[in-house]
Design a protein around this ligand. Structure first.
Ligand code: ATP
Length: 340
């Protein structure tokens, strides 16, 4: 079921220098329960897109439908209620510096005017336990590390039990180890609380570790969208290729001389155990496959292999062997030395 539908949205900003087209005819559907990544370089329009989802921005044209409701038409009162259903976390955490951890988390609960003091206290304790920071309850943000600040940001975003969590470069200010911890926490939130997560990021490592689906943005448009595995294994748009290339080691090393050799790139997934298939097909067709270079990477929860392989044998036997490998579902690309 779709939880977020963005339909033909454009967003223009009037500036002194003229009109900036931040979004140009963007359409996007995010299914309930997904972790959906939106990637793009700086200025691509990611923040503007995500700010439309909780109506921090209003589209110039087009519709934004959240859980079946067109939020571009909502009254202020209904909009406030709808916003309780959408949590958001930020790169710079945006905690209130003059408030304790406890008061930061209480803030959205008090705003709703729905809960008693006892309910609020109970909820704060639950949330602190969930993010593993019970002992920091009375600290101020300045006493916390970056990772701890983001955990508190997450606790605050979850306070009103939202269905959707928006993450705007939520790990970009963190070191790799802390990034991993926060990503694991987000995955738990998705799995255990069934919250749909929208992550905007310029880091493909983030997409690779937790996203199910991803949209790539450039100059206010979505240029490619796919399931993470498909996007990494078969990127089509040049910008997507650059992003994928930034995390997958798919360069051909300088010392591999691809001239006058029959070299192929084999791409395969976790269902295929490549080695037995390779040796079996090699024996059958009298072809030797030498693995020159490559590796196996984890994508979300699947394995993805990308290997450079040299085939040694007669032309006809190599083509027959490759045919057979294709029928096993292995993707094969010819490398002529000028691939990529
Ligand atoms: N309030 C605003 N007024 C004028 N222009 C804006 C405004 N907000 C965004 N823009 C412009 O819209 C375009 C998209 O900006 P946006 O912040 O959405 O991109 P982004 O992909 O999130 O980039 P970054 O990661 O650098 O924030 C940029 O050209 C930006 O300068």
């Amino acid at each position: 079921m779709a939880i977020i539908e963005i339909e033909h949205v454009t967003k223009q900003f009037q500036t002194k220098k003229g009109v900036v087209e931040a979004l140009r005819d963007v359409s996007l559907t995010i299914e309930k329960g997904q972790i959906f990544g939106i990637v793009g370089y700086s200025g691509a329009g990611k923040s503007t897109l995500v700010r439309l989802i909780n109506k921090l921005e209003k589209p110039t044209s087009g519709r934004v439908v959240i859980e079946g409701e067109d939020i571009t038409r909502l009254s202020q009162k209904l909009l406030r209620r709808r916003r309780q259903n959408i949590g958001m976390i930020f790169q710079q955490f945006n905690l209130f510096r003059a408030k304790t951890v406890e008061d930061n988390i209480k803030y959205p609960l008090k705003l709703t005017k729905k809960y008693s003091k006892a309910e609020i206290d109970k909820r704060v304790d639950e949330l602190l336990q969930f993010v593993g920071l019970q002992d920091k309850k009375h600290d101020y943000p300045s006493q916390l590390s970056g990772g701890q600040k983001q955990r508190i940001g997450i606790a605050r975003a979850l306070a009103t039990n939202p269905d959707i969590l928006l993450c705007d470069e939520a790990t970009s200010a963190l070191d790799p180890e802390t990034t991993d911890e926060i990503l694991r926490l987000l995955k738990r939130i998705n799995d255990e609380l069934n919250i749909t997560i929208v992550m905007i990021t310029h880091e493909m490592e983030v997409v690779k570790s937790i996203c199910d689906e991803v949209a790539v943005m450039e100059k206010g448009r979505i240029v490619e969208q796919n399931q993470v595995f498909e996007l990494f294994t078969n990127p089509v748009h040049p910008t997507t290729k650059r992003f994928v290339h930034s995390v997958l080691n798919d360069d051909i090393p300088g010392e591999v001389d691809v001239r006058a050799r029959k070299i192929y790139r084999f791409i395969f997934n976790h269902q295929q155990i490549l080695r037995p298939v390779l040796s079996q097909v090699g024996r059958q067709f009298n072809v030797d496959f030498n693995i020159l270079y490559g590796g196996i990477t984890e994508l979300t929860d699947k394995l993805f292999g990308n290997l450079l392989i040299e085939a040694v044998g007669s032309d006809s036997s190599i083509y027959a062997a490759l045919d057979s490998l294709l029928s096993h579902g292995i993707q094969i690309k010819e490398v002529n030395g000028f691939e990529n």
